[in-house]
Design a protein around this ligand. Structure first.
Ligand code: FMN
Length: 314
């Protein structure tokens, strides 16, 4: 359905890379709802070179499912080396981050800052694509600000340097997360290259998927926040034609408990519980008495008690 280099994806809706969210446990949960591919959190290329335990855990391969690792950095050689390490550790695809707006990242001249230096961007892309055999993709924004909407130029540079797919978050760096993602703009990128282009930003429902694809003429969508507390959104999109996917509370509870177990296994008890609170907040959102539930779980640091609270609430 969607071809990225030599990879054939079953579907054209993908889970977005999200720091602090798209970790191994989350990717494991999301994969059961069959997105085309899941992306890791952004990983600093320098950290990858050190290969410490924490970083290697972040690139842990999602079992029996296509897995992409996203890397960030501003040194072409280090980015190439980092990509190699990811490939050696089972990544099916490398994604380059050229969209992160966070000060710490852009001040280090990485993330969306690279959009302002097309030569450096081109050197990074070249270095990464020539360092690995697996496909390399790029994720970026419209541009730095409204006066420099150069995503179509960056996309062409990327394609010329061997990049196999581009995702555009339809905001500028200076917008951060304000305003609305400009799906229409993505068409300009689509028209500038032959490789697949994905549209991203504010796609939270089947209707959004349809509108975003129509406006952008893109080849697929990438979904981030729309999957919060609702990893089955990918299944909902898939089943749209039949309109038959309905999740009941029992199924939801099983998914949550499974996610919780994976989180504890991955992070250990204390961090596993603390990092799971945000997910529980999203899973319980809009249900009766969710405020009271959140209040209780935010005080609980005991795995058995927390499981009981989840069981009782759902
Ligand atoms: C908490 C959070 C963390 C994010 N981390 C990353 C990241 O590591 N790499 C990246 O390219 N984008 C990152 N993003 C941006 C998302 O991938 C996506 O482009 C953005 O959220 C817009 O899509 P959405 O409206 O579907 O969430 C992050 C977004 C959020 C909300």
């Amino acid at each position: 359905m969607l071809k990225i280099g030599n990879l054939k994806l079953e579907s054209n809706y993908l889970l977005a890379p999200m720091s602090g969210i798209s970790d191994y446990p989350y990717r494991e949960i999301v994969k059961s709802f069959k997105p085309g591919l899941v992306f890791s959190e952004m990983i600093a290329s320098r950290a990858l070179l050190e290969q410490n335990k924490k970083t290697m855990k972040m690139i842990k391969r999602t079992d029996n499912f296509l897995s992409a690792v996203q890397i960030a950095g501003c040194d072409p050689e280090i980015m190439g080396e980092a990509a190699k390490i990811c490939e050696e550790n089972g990544a099916d695809l490398i994604d380059i981050n050229m969209g992160c707006p966070v000060k710490k990242v852009v001040n280090g001249y990485a993330g969306s800052a690279l959009m302002r230096d097309e030569l450096l961007a081109s050197n990074i892309l070249k270095s990464v694509t020539s360092s690995v055999k697996i496909p390399v993709t790029l994720k970026t924004r419209k541009g730095w600000d409204d006066n420099s909407l150069n995503a179509p130029i960056i996309a062409k540079i990327a394609e010329d340097n061997g990049i196999k797919m581009i995702t555009i978050h339809g905001r500028t760096r200076c917008q951060m997360f304000k305003g609305k993602s400009d799906w229409k703009f993505v068409e300009k990128v689509k028209n500038s290259v032959q490789i697949p282009v994905l549209v991203n930003g504010d796609i939270n429902s089947i209707r959004d998927v349809k509108e975003a694809l129509k406006e952008s003429n893109a080849d697929g969508v990438m979904i981030g926040r729309g999957s919060y507390g609702r990893p089955w959104i990918f299944q909902e999109i898939k089943n749209n034609k039949e309109n038959q996917f309905k999740i009941d509370l029992k199924e939801k509870k099983d998914i949550i408990l499974n996610h919780f177990e994976l989180n504890i296994e991955h992070y250990g008890q204390e961090i596993g519980i603390k990092t799971f609170r945000k997910h529980l907040g999203w899973y319980s959102r809009s249900l009766d008495n969710s405020n009271e539930f959140r209040f209780k779980i935010n005080k609980c640091l005991d795995k058995t008690k927390l499981k009981r609270l989840i069981n009782d609430f759902f």
